[in-house]
Design a binder for this molecule. Structure first.
Ligand SMILES: NC(=O)c1ccc[n+]([C@@H]2O[C@H](COP(=O)([O-])OP(=O)(O)OC[C@H]3O[C@@H](n4cnc5c(N)ncnc54)[C@H](OP(=O)(O)O)[C@@H]3O)[C@@H](O)[C@H]2O)c1
Length: 323
């Protein structure tokens, strides 16, 4: 079957280790299910994997990709939950110490077929297209949990989203606006700032710009490049929810004094549970909110999609289709 996979690890030139070619059809272990993938979406996680973050060389070749929607062997239309946990673990899967993400230990979703534990399949609502459904399990689920489980935000409060163009960031803007929050966003790029307003942000600012007033919470995925601005943008008692560090994990100023003196809360967040994924699918159905798709390419052209993400020149999700 056709797949996009990591053949080599290269911390400095991640695309050099990417291959798009033939891989063996997967075996289906007891209790697992095969999904014939109709659409799969790209995440920054796939670039991290090619750099060797969370993917040691001894696990190669590894099919990349966390996000897929497709049809199982029984003909059910499904969305794949990408958090693969210990079968004996009960409760919120994101807290399972033995969890991994699809494509870290088990072969990933950028392929014509993917196999996952049967419990990781969630029914796909008919109202969502294959491309839309394939955007939800990682970036959109992460945004859902950041906003509705981890932030403590209430409708009518103000949230700042850093790095407006990204997959998680566009999800944050859409979901927060639909939930009645006042959304402000930052981006380095004027065109992306205009798009952020089209997507539901009340205002968009240049990265690092002083805001007209301080906000109740900041959603952070950019990391080092925006951290000082994030902390300085919060009201006393405000909350930063962080789920990623695209620009690096070590900010030049940690702002520790400001964090304790203004009694700020720094909250980590990662992926979301299967229950949250089902809730997100219902949220999209009920509100009519749909994922922001930057581009759709056939899986054969996966390299072009990876290059686009590596350049940072995107608004929303890159989706690959299998026909
Ligand atoms: N913890 C989890 O479960 C989880 C889940 C999903 C994603 N993540 C992490 O969240 C991050 C975003 O993921 P994604 O898939 O949304 O990635 P993406 O689509 O590639 O996000 C790119 C965005 O990051 C911003 N950015 C990048 N470098 C920047 C810099 N130096 N300064 C300012 N902004 C910069 C850009 O915003 P502008 O160009 O608009 O300024 C760009 O639009 C990644 O680090 C990813 O690993 C974590």
């Amino acid at each position: 079957m056709l797949a996009a996979y990591a053949a080599l690890i290269s911390p400095d030139d991640p695309l050099s280790g990417l291959e798009v070619g033939d891989r063996p059809d997967p075996e289906v272990p007891e209790g697992w299910a095969r999904v014939h993938v109709r659409a799969a979406s790209l995440n920054h996680h796939d670039l991290w994997s090619l750099r060797g973050v969370g993917l040691p060389a001894e696990r190669l070749p590894m099919i990349l990709g966390c996000d897929a929607a497709g049809v199982d062997d029984e003909g059910n239309e499904v969305v794949v939950h990408a958090v693969i946990g210990d079968p004996d673990f009960r409760g919120d899967e994101t807290l399972d110490p033995r969890r991994s993400l699809l494509s870290e230990r088990f072969q990933g979703a950028l392929a014509h077929q993917v196999v996952v534990p049967r419990r990781n399949l969630v029914p796909k609502p008919a109202a969502l297209s294959w491309e839309e459904a394939a955007c939800l399990p990682t970036a959109w689920l992460t945004a859902y949990r950041m906003l509705f489980t981890r932030s403590g935000l209430q409708p009518g409060q103000t949230v700042l989203v850093q790095g407006a163009g990204g997959g998680v960031a566009t999800a944050l803007i859409r979901l927060a606006a639909a939930a009645g929050l006042r959304v402000w966003a930052t981006s380095r790029d004027e065109g992306k700032r205009a798009r952020a307003v089209e997507l539901g942000a009340e205002r968009a600012f240049e990265s690092g710009a002083r805001l007209p007033e301080r906000v109740d919470a900041v959603m952070e995925t950019v990391g080092a490049a925006t951290w000082s601005h994030t902390v300085r943008s919060l009201k006393p008692g405000g909350t930063v929810v962080i789920s990623g560090t695209t620009s690096g994990p070590n900010p030049s100023a940690t702002e520790l004094n400001r964090i304790f003196f203004l009694q700020l809360r720094v909250v980590g967040s990662t992926m979301g549970s299967r229950t949250e994924l089902a809730q997100l699918l219902r949220f999209c159905q009920v509100t009519g909110v749909r994922p922001v798709i930057d581009s759709v390419l056939p899986l054969e052209k996966a390299r072009d999609g990876f290059a686009r993400m590596a350049s940072g020149d995107l608004v929303g999700k890159i989706v690959f289709t299998c026909r």
